[in-house]
Design a protein around this ligand. Sequence first.
Ligand code: NAP
Length: 601
Amino acid sequence: MPESQPQITIADLESAREKYARERARRVRPDGLGQYRRLASAPTIVSHDPFTERVERPPLTDHVDALVVGAGLGGLQTAIRLRQAGLDRVRLIDDGGDVGGTWYWNRYPGVHCDIESYLYMPMLEEVGYVPKWRYAPGEEIRRHMVALAEKFDLYRDAAFHTSATELRWDEDGARWQVRTDRDDDFTATYVVVSSGSLSLAKLPGVEGIESFRGRTFHTSRWDYDYTGGDASGGLVGLADKRVAVVGTGATGIQVVPAVAEHAARTYVFQRTPATVDVRDNRPTDPEWAASLTPGWQQRRMDNFLAIMAGEPFEEDLVQDSWTANAGLQRKMITGRIDPALDPAERELAEEMLDLATMNRLRDRVATTVRDPATAEALKPYYRYQCKRPGFSDEYLEAFNRPSVTLVDTADTHGITRMTETGVVVGESEYEVDCVIFATGFETGVSGLLSGSLMVYGRGGTSYFESLMSGFRTLHGFYSNGFPNLFQLSVFQNANSVNYSHILSEQARHIGLVVAEARSRGAAWIEPSGEATEAWAKVIEESAHDNLDFLRTCTPGYYNSEGQPADMKVSYGPGPIAFHRLLEEWRRTSIDEVLVTDPEGN
Ligand code: NAP
C-alpha cells in the first residue's frame, strides 16, 4: 500500500487544529493519571489468576546461575539466550501461572497481535514453526511461548505465581540474594528484570464499582465461566445478557465485535474513538511458507524495523497498514529525521500527511457505520501519532447491529459512576448485567523503576533511591553499583512498534555479554559511573523532544493523560542505529563492563 497522498491546504490544517484542540479540551481532566485505580485495589473484581490454579510448594533455598524476573517475551527470550550462553540453571519467575506475560493474561475473545505474526513471534526458525495466520490469535502466541520454554528446558527451574520482592547483592559471594512473596530465599549469579511496561491492569477510579451487583471483570482476567466460549469466540453465556464494554483502545476494538455477536444488548462506553485502519488478516499461504529460506525471519524483522525507523530499504516485505503509515510513526517511536529537510517544512509535511491519513480513517467510519450520529461519534479527531493506532475489519461493522449502542462519554470525562444495577453517564443510567473494563494498564511502573521490587547493590545502595539523582545506565541494561543485574525496557535503549523485536535484540545482547564474561573469567559485569554518565548524556542529547507535540494531543497513556513528562526516553537515531552501536561496542569496548579485578576496580 502506498502512503496516502495528501491533498491538503493550509486552511484545512488550521481548521483541523482548531477542531482537535476543542476535542482535546472536552477530554482533559485535572486529575490526569490520578483518575485511575489499580485492578488489585478493587476487592469485588477478580485480580487473581483465573487461568491456572495456584499450587503450594516449599520455599526455594538453592543457587541458580541466573534469575529472570518476568516470563513474557523479554524474559523468555533472555532465558533462552542465557541457556545458549552455557548457563545450566536458569530460573524464570512470574506472577502468572505459566510463561506468556501479556499473552498469558490477555485471553479475551478476539485477542490477536496487531503486528504481523511472522515478525512478532520470536525464534520461529529455531522451532521450525510458521504461524497459521498473518496476525496471530493470542492463544497461538502463548502456545508458541510454551513450546519455546519446553524446547529450551526452562520449566525445570521455573517458579510461577511468584513475585520477586527483594534483591540484595552479597559482596562476599558475588551473587544476588533473592526473596519472593512465596518465602523463597535463594541466590543467583545473574539477575535479569523483564517485568514489562504495560502489566498492571487499571480501572477508572469512579464511585460505585464495588456496589455493582452484576458480573464485572477486566479484559486481562476474562471470566469465561460467565461468558462461555473461549478466545476464539462462542460467548453463548451472554445470549440473554446486557453487557457494558468500557474502553475503546486496542483491546476494546478487539473485544467489542466478539461480545456484540453474542450479547442480547451491548453498550460500548467510549471516551475517545480509536483510529481503526484496515486489518486484512488471512491464513498463511502454504506455498509462501514452503518457499521460505533460512534466515527469513530475521530478514523480515529487519526489513520492518528499517521501514518503521525511516532507514533505506529495497522492498517492503510486509506491506500492511503499519508500513503504509510508517512515515507517521517515526516521530513518536524512532524519530530518525532527514537532516536535509528544513525543520519547519518537515513539520508541515508531516502534519499534512497526518491529516490526509486521519481524513481517510474518518471516511472509513462514515462509509462503514450506517447511523450518521453513531458514525460521527466514532470519528477520531486528533493527530495520528497521539494514540496507538488500531486495526480491525469488524469493529466498526459491529455498530450496525441493532443490539449495539455507542455511549459517548467525552463530555463527562468517561463513565460517571456505577450503581448496583448499571453504569451512569451524566444523568443517564444504563442497566446492565455485566461490565467489562477494557481500560488498559499502568505504564512504565513495573520492575526496577517502580520500587515494588527493592534492590540493594554494592554497599547496600538502594536502586530506587539511586534513581532520585537521575536514571543512569549503560545502554539501558546495567547500572554502576549493581553488578550482574540487567533490565529490559525502552529506557535509554531502543523502541519500535514491533516491541518483540526490540526485546529479541536486548535478550541477544545480554546473552552475548554474559557469554563473554564467562569466557574471560570476569568476576562480574558492571559499567563504571563515568560510562553511565556518558550514556545518559548521549540519550539527553539525541532523544527527540516530542513534548510540545504531546501537549497538543488528546489525553491517553502516550502523554500521561494530557500531562506529558519532560523526559528523554530512547536513543534518538533509532533502533537500527542503536543495534549497530551495540554490535560495535561488543566488538571494541565490551571490556569496560567486564570486571576481572574487583579489588582494582
Ligand atoms: P488503552 O489503550 O489504555 O485503552 C483504554 C481505554 O479505556 C481507552 O479507550 C480509554 O479512553 C478508556 N477509558 C479509560 N477510562 C475510562 C473511563 N473512565 N470511561 C470510559 N472510558 C475510559 O488500553 P488497551 O486497549 O488495553 O491497550 C493498551 C495497550 O496494549 C495498547 O496500546 C497496545 O500497546 C497493547 N495492546 C496490543 C494489542 C495487540 O494486538 N498487539 C492488543 C491490545 C492491546 P481514552 O482513550 O479517552 O483514555
